[in-house]
Every structure is written in C-alpha cells, then in structure tokens.
Design a binder for this molecule. Sequence first.
Ligand code: PLP
Length: 393
Amino acid sequence: MRPSLRPDELLGSLRPSIAALPDSGIVEVVQYGMERPGLIPLWVGEGDATTPSSIGDAAVAALRAGQTFYTYQRGIPPLRQAMARYLSGVHDREIAPERIFITASGMQAITLTLQALIDPGDEVVLVTPVWPNILAALNILGGVVRAVPMTLTDRGWSVDFDRLADACGPKTRAVFVNSPNNPTGWIMPREEMEALADLARHHGFWIIADEVYNRITYDTDHAPSFLEVMEADERIVVVNSFSKNWAMTGWRVGWVVASPALGQVYENLIQYNTSGVATFLQYGAVAALEEGLGTIDAVRETCRIGRDIVCQRLGAMRKVRLARPQGAFYAFLAVDGETDSRSLAFRLVDEANVGLAPGSAFGPGGEGFLRLCFACSPARLSEAMDRMEPMLS
Ligand SMILES: Cc1ncc(COP(=O)(O)O)c(C=O)c1O
C-alpha cells in the first residue's frame, strides 16, 4: 500500500511563503455569513445590477459565430483599437494600441505587472489602506512592503506627501498607488501624481497605478490619471478593468497600459500564465467600449444615489465617523468604541444580518474601520441602514 500523507505534511512541503498566506480577511466574513437567510451583502466590491444585455449579446454572438479558439496573447486587435480610442478620448491625449495589453481581470493585470518587476526582497512603497489582494500578490512574490498609511481628518482622507516621499529612495523598486482608492474613496490629486512622477524619474523606480475606479467619480468625468502626467516610455504601468465601470465583475477582463517596449514581456507573461483571454469575452468588451458612456453613466448614477443614502444615514448615527468618498463606491466608517473591526463585522452579521468587510483586511491604517459597498439599489441600502442603526447609534 502506498503511504498516504496527512494534510499538514502536504502543506508542510509547500513553499513556506505560500503555505503561510493569510486568508483574505474579507472572504473570511463572507464565508461566515453567506448562507444566512435574508442577509444583505455589502462586503464585496460589486453592485447588484447585471451587465447590460447589449454587452452580453455581443459576447454570445461571437461565441455562436465560432470565436472559440486560442487567440492573441496581447488581446484581439479590435479590442485594443477600441480601447485606444476610448482611452485617448478620456485622457485627451493619444494612447496607441501598442501600449495596451488585455488581461484576464484587473487582478491579473496586477499580478503580471508584479511578476515583471518584483524579485524577492524588492521594496515596494504602497499607499494603504488598500485592497487586500494587492498586499497578497506582493507577498507571493516576496516583495517587501513599505506601507504609507493615509489618515482621516475633518477634510477627508489624505496622504501626507512628505511621508510618501520620505519612504521612497534608491532602494525603492516600485510605488503602488490605487486611486480612486478601495476602501477609502481617496483620489490622489494631480499635483501629487506629478510630484511622485518626478520622484520616480529621480530615483529610477516604477509607478504601478491601479485605476480600476477611475470613472467612478462624483465631481469630475474621471479621476486624475498617471496616463496624463507621464509619457509612454517612462517607468509607468497603469492597470484597469472592465469590472467596476461597466458592471462586468464576473467576466474577468482587464487591461494594462505600459510602454510599447514591454509588449513582448506582457505577451510572454500572458502566454505563460493563462495564454490569453477568451475571444468571445473580448468581443463583449468591444461592445462595452463602443456603446458609449451609457453603462458608465448608469453605474455612476447608482453609486451617486447610494453614496447619498449611506452618507446621510450613517452620518446621523451617533457612533459613526466617516468621510464622504470622492471616488470608488465604498464607505469606510469607524465606529466609536470599536477597535476590532473583524469581530464587529462578525457581530453585524449575527445581530443586523448585514455583511460588511473588516478594515483590518486592508493593511496598515485599516483597523478600526469597516468597508461598505454602496453600488446597489436604494431599497437594499435603506434596509441595511435600518438594520444597522440600533447597533451604531
Ligand atoms: C483596487 C482594486 N484593484 C483591482 C481590482 C481587480 O478587479 P478585477 O480583478 O475584478 O478586474 C479590484 C477589485 O475589487 C480593486 O478593488
């Protein structure tokens, strides 16, 4: 008989850094509460509206038409061309298709970019709190995170730029900035982007800009972008996704904008990770870009109404402290007297039947807060507020 190994023996013979990866602090609460009848889930980063049917129809038509084969590693030419037109319009400067690489999600855009840049021990400056997957992706590669936590003042969330600049130096391999930020809604001002770009030029580090929420803004058409302050052939990679702006989270289609000089590198990385994104999904993405701004406007309007409800209702609850988010679709709230966000998130499941994400999952600066996604219907949000009110007032 062959010897059988216990689970701990199998786990013990994995790469130690992988065996030690923490569970996502968000998923832990989701798993705890997902089966509860009637629970209102506001813990993950997506709304409750399905992808518009015109986008789905285009994907289905492509599938029916036989678009079922291996495909271009960088993405199909019609999608890269449509993306170049879309981005050139948004950012009011020419962004050529040669700079665009289609990936299997924004998450994969991040992973591939880190694979290209980070060796074990490389230092990455990261503005936090931030989406936990970014920290985990860095961990997997052995990157050393230097966190620069933002702070919440009466004027909202901000980063002390001097602290950010002090964290950067000759040892910095890359600075990772997610703006608009998940979870705080902070948007990096254009002047700070310019100053950071100057620092990157001076020290020779890369900037990785995660701009997946760049159209979920409330006072402007789009958030400032590193695409507008840096040139094509600098050390800049911008990652983005169809998930949030077009209500396409389940599609897993994203993209990277980088120098054309990195074309073969992304082509190789895509080849050796997933070998490309399903062609019929890419045709759906073309339809998303070509149908104009209808979907983005609708998503934004849902978020605007959601933000008003949540800020007004939470703002009136005695124990709650929060800033009105400038972008993205999350409220990041602190509750007086509550310092352990994980246990508070579990209690909200038990006592209010509402699912929020614990701030502790979002790295330095996140503990003591809870994240609530408001990209959903007003009725759902109002009901969640009614249920939470007794605990938070
Ligand atoms: C900041 C940030 N970046 C990237 C992503 C990745 O999006 P996706 O993998 O769905 O394209 C998310 C998703 O929540 C996010 O919040």
